[in-house]
Design a protein around this ligand. Structure first.
Ligand code: NAG
Ligand code: NAG
Ligand code: NAG
Ligand code: NAG
Ligand code: NAG
Ligand code: NAG
Ligand code: NAG
Length: 357
C-alpha cells in the first residue's frame, strides 16, 4: 500500500504541488487579515483609543486582541518626549498584531488639521510653507478649534498625506488608516479664504480620500466620518446616540456596503448600563457593522477605554431579518438566530434586549 504513495507519476506530483501552492496562496496570503473579521456569533466590537504614557501592558494587549478592529489614536505616547507620536502609534499597532495576528489595525490621521499630537506631521508641515491653507493675503487659516489647516487643494499635500498613511500601514503591518474630520466642513475657517480656494479645498478632500483608498487597495480600509461618504470603504459614526437617526444612519452605511463603526459618545462611561446604545446598534447593524465605547485616550494604568462588557460574550447569531419598524407604535424590533430579541422605542429612545440564555 505504501507503493501507491511512493510511486506517484511526475504529473501527479506536479498536480499535488500545484494544488498545495494554490492552497498556500489562497489561505496564507496577507490579504486574509486585512478586511476585519466579522461574525454574528457575538456582538461585533471595535477598539479605538490610545495610551498617552506609552505602549500598552500585556493585560491591556490581551483585552485589545479580543476586538475585531483596533484604531490607535493620535495621543498614543504623547507624554513621551523623545519619540515621535507616529512611531509610538506604529509600535502600538505592532504590539496588538503580535498579541493577535488576526485583528485588523488602523493608523489615526487627521484629514486637514495640524494636530500637535502628530509630532512628525506637525514638524514637516512647519518646514513646508506651501502646505498651509491661506487666505488671499497669504495669512495662514485656522479652523474653529484653532488648528492650522492643510491646503488639500495642493496635490503635494495630498501626496505627503498618502505617503504617511501607506508608510505607517507598511511598518505596522496594519490594515489602513483613519481619516478624521473628512466631512469637508469649512464654515469655521478664519480668516476666510476666497470662495474659489474653498471650493478647490473641498474637491481636494474628495480627491484625497479617493486616492488614499485606491492606494490602500481592495482589502485595506480608509475609515471616513459619515455613512455614505464617497470613496471610503469604512466610516465611523463618532457619536452614536440611542435615536431613530442613529438607526437610519447605521443602516445607510450598511446599505452602501461600508464597514461601519458605531461609537458611543465619549461622555458616556462604558461601565454604565449601555442597553439603549446596544439595542440601537442591534436594530441597525449590517454585515461589517461594529460597536465601540471608550475615550480616545487614557493615561497610565487607566483601563476605561478597554472595558469588555459582559454583553460582548453573549450568543447572538445572524439576524432573522433587517430591523422592522412599526409606524403605529414607533417601535423597532429584530430577532436573532440565538433567540435574542431586541426592541427600540422611538417615542422614549429606550431599548430592551432579551438575550437568549
Ligand atoms: C500605558 O503605558 C505605560 C507605559 O508603557 C504602562 O505602564 C501602562 O500600564 C499602560 N497602560 C495600559 C492600560 O496598558
Ligand atoms: C515610516 O515609518 C517608520 C516607522 O514609524 C518611521 O521610522 C519612518 O521614519 C517613516 N518614514 C517616513 C518617510 O516618514
Ligand atoms: C481632483 O481630481 C480631479 C480628477 O482627477 C482633477 O481633475 C482635479 O483637478 C482635482 N482637484 C484638485 C483640487 O486637485
Ligand atoms: C463650504 O462648505 C459648505 C458646506 O459643506 C458647502 O456647501 C460649500 O460649497 C463650501 N464652500 C465652497 C466654496 O466650496
Ligand atoms: C424612524 O426611521 C424610519 C426609517 O427611516 C422612518 O420611517 C420613521 O418615520 C422614523 N421614526 C421617527 C419617530 O422618526
Ligand atoms: C485626551 O482626549 C481629550 C479629548 O477626548 C483631550 O481633551 C485631552 O487633552 C486628552 N488628554 C490627554 C492627557 O492627552
Ligand atoms: C502601571 O502599573 C504598573 C504595576 O503596578 C507600574 O509598574 C507602572 O509604573 C504603572 N504605569 C504607570 C504609567 O503609572
Amino acid at each position: 500500500m505504501h507503493g501507491n504513495c511512493i510511486y506517484h507519476s511526475h504529473k501527479e506530483i506536479n498536480f499535488v504541488m500545484l494544488t498545495f501552492t494554490l492552497l498556500v496562496v489562497l489561505f496564507a496570503s496577507p490579504s486574509w487579515a486585512a478586511l476585519p473579521q466579522f461574525s454574528w456569533d457575538t456582538l461585533p466590537v471595535f477598539f479605538h483609543s490610545s495610551n498617552t504614557t506609552g505602549i500598552y501592558n500585556d493585560d491591556a494587549l490581551k483585552t485589545i486582541a479580543k476586538f475585531k478592529m483596533a484604531t490607535i489614536e493620535k495621543w498614543m505616547g504623547y507624554d513621551m518626549k523623545n519619540i515621535d507620536d507616529e512611531d509610538e502609534m506604529v509600535l502600538a499597532m505592532r504590539a496588538i498584531k503580535a498579541a493577535n495576528p488576526k485583528i485588523a489595525t488602523y493608523f489615526y490621521m487627521n484629514s486637514f488639521k495640524d494636530r500637535p499630537e502628530m509630532t512628525r506631521m506637525a514638524r514637516e508641515l512647519s518646514e513646508n510653507p506651501s502646505y498651509y491653507l491661506r487666505d488671499s493675503d497669504g495669512t495662514r487659516v485656522k479652523n474653529g478649534g484653532g488648528f492650522y489647516a492643510f491646503d488639500l487643494s495642493n496635490p503635494d499635500v495630498r501626496q505627503w498625506w498618502l505617503n504617511i498613511c501607506l508608510n505607517a500601514t507598511k511598518f505596522a503591518n496594519g490594515d489602513g488608516c483613519f481619516c478624521d474630520s473628512s466631512q469637508r466642513e469649512n464654515s469655521s475657517f478664519r480668516p476666510k479664504p476666497l470662495a474659489e480656494k474653498l471650493k478647490n479645498w473641498g474637491e481636494g478632500m474628495l480627491n484625497l480620500t479617493r486616492d488614499v483608498q485606491e492606494a490602500l487597495g481592495e482589502n485595506k480600509l480608509l475609515i471616513g466620518k459619515y455613512p455614505g461618504q464617497p470613496y471610503v470603504k469604512a466610516v465611523q459614526i463618532e457619536s452614536f446616540e440611542p435615536t431613530n437617526d442613529s438607526i437610519v444612519s447605521l443602516m445607510l452605511g450598511a446599505s452602501h456596503g461600508q464597514v461601519v463603526q458605531a461609537h458611543v459618545p465619549i461622555s458616556i462611561e462604558c461601565s454604565s448600563d449601555l442597553t439603549n446604545y446596544l439595542a440601537t446598534f442591534l436594530i441597525g447593524a449590517g454585515q461589517y457593522s461594529y460597536f465601540g465605547c471608550g475615550n480616545w485616550n487614557a493615561t497610565g494604568n487607566d483601563t476605561r477605554p478597554l472595558t469588555w462588557l459582559p454583553e460582548y460574550d453573549k450568543p447572538l447569531g445572524p439576524p432573522k431579518s433587517t430591523g422592522v419598524y412599526n409606524s403605529q407604535t414607533g417601535v423597532w424590533s429584530r430577532l436573532f438566530a440565538s433567540g435574542t430579541d431586541v426592541l427600540f422605542d422611538t417615542k422614549t429612545n429606550k431599548g430592551t434586549i432579551k438575550w437568549s440564555q
